[in-house]
Ligand binder design. Structure first.
Ligand code: NAP
Length: 329
């Protein structure tokens, strides 16, 4: 019989690719979503080996118990749901607490209501691996962000960094204290770009991290726009999903799996857009300058562990923007 995986936050940009790849590999998938209409939309795209459970709020105590009790066939749990926002009315309530309490809530539910689950994979982030508390420090599988709770509450970006760091630590503490029947591993993507899992999802606004690319489409040469500076490390969403699938099949070895393809700068993105979409009439910037970004990622262990042939920035940008332009004609 096919194995069944549970994916929390199945509507997400990354989660939809994980679900898609799981289905392609022959898994059945149960996804949690926040509403029936979101669940039905996914079912339409994913087909009959996908079903959904409504979990309106990550923090509702017991919400995942009910969902899991209804699916005794689930043997692996992928926890991707978490607020991905860099500003909020209330940083602690809207960003930090749902991430921490959501993780603990999920782990508690698996322990008490799904003893057959042996493996849990949490989508963490490179932000938890930045050595120190500055965003521009190096990051590796062995380093930790030292952000304090007080600092995290101060602004939206810090809140996101804190939310992921404290949630991962809460997961580790849970395992140490509760000694559950399952292992917990973490996957740590850098900034994720890439096409949506379905063309219909590319209509309107893209998910927040793809706006690094789509935002440049407004820089029309005819309007004399200026290129704002920006850079960072990038990985394609399809590789992030593939890393989750690889992690399911490996024995857990404690590696905090980093996923990273190459660095980007706004100029590098602009050069790719101008080369592949000349009809967009974008500014040129300074095509030979500022092309190095995201060079502080130390991911040698993960690279060897995953053995992925990472998708290049150019292919990702072309696939993402082609789909976006087509969907928004
Ligand atoms: P996304 O598209 O915004 O997906 C987030 C998912 O979490 C959605 O399913 C969303 O549900 C759900 N969610 C958010 N807040 C929730 C809450 N309070 N209660 C219940 N569900 C909630 O973001 P993504 O980029 O795919 O990110 C997925 C995971 O990857 C997150 O854990 C994120 O931290 C991590 N990550 C992302 C990146 C990146 O560059 N994108 C990099 C590193 C790590 P709705 O669809 O209903 O809103």
């Amino acid at each position: 019989m096919a194995a069944t995986a549970f994916v929390s936050g199945a509507t997400g940009f990354i989660a939809q690719h994980i679900v898609k790849q799981l289905l392609e590999k022959g898994y059945n998938v149960v996804g949690s979503v926040r509403s029936e209409s979101k669940g039905e939309n996914l079912k339409k795209n994913f087909g009959s080996n996908f079903s959904y459970e409504i979990v309106e709020d990550l923090e509702t105590v017991g919400a995942f118990d009910r969902a899991l009790k209804r699916h005794p066939e689930v043997t692996v749990f992928l926890h991707t749901a978490s607020p991905v926002a860099f500003q909020a009315e209330d940083n602690e309530k809207d960003i930090i607490l749902p991430a921490i309490n959501g993780t603990v809530n999920v782990l508690k539910a698996i322990k008490s209501s799904a003893p057959q689950v042996k493996k849990v994979i949490i989508t963490s982030s490179v932000v938890t691996q930045i050595d120190g508390d500055e965003l521009n420090s190096a990051a590796s599988e062995d380093t930790w962000n030292s952000i304090s709770y007080e600092r995290a509450k101060q602004d939206g970006r810090a809140a996101y960094v804190g939310s992921k760091t404290f949630a991962e630590k809460a997961g580790i503490e849970f395992v140490e204290k509760e000694k559950p029947n399952f292992t917990v591993s973490t996957v740590h993507p850098v900034i994720v770009f890439g096409p949506q899992a379905f063309d219909s999802e590319a209509k309107g606004e893209l998910n927040i991290t793809n706006t690094f690319i789509s935002g440049l489409l407004n820089l029309k040469a005819s309007e004399g726009a200026e290129l704002p500076p920006s850079d960072g490390p990038f990985v394609d969403v399809r590789d992030v999903a593939a890393a989750h699938l690889i992690e399911i099949e490996k024995p857990s070895n404690g590696l905090r799996v980093l996923t990273y393809s190459e660095g980007f700068t706004n100029q590098k993105l602009l050069n790719i857009l101008n080369k592949n979409f000349p009809e967009l009439d974008l500014i040129k910037g300074s095509p030979t300058e500022n092309l190095v970004g995201g060079d502080k990622i130390r991911d040698a262990k993960s690279r060897e562990y995953l053995g992925l042939n990472y998708i290049s920035l150019e292919k990702t940008v072309v696939d993402t923007i082609k789909q976006f332009l087509e969907a928004n004609k």
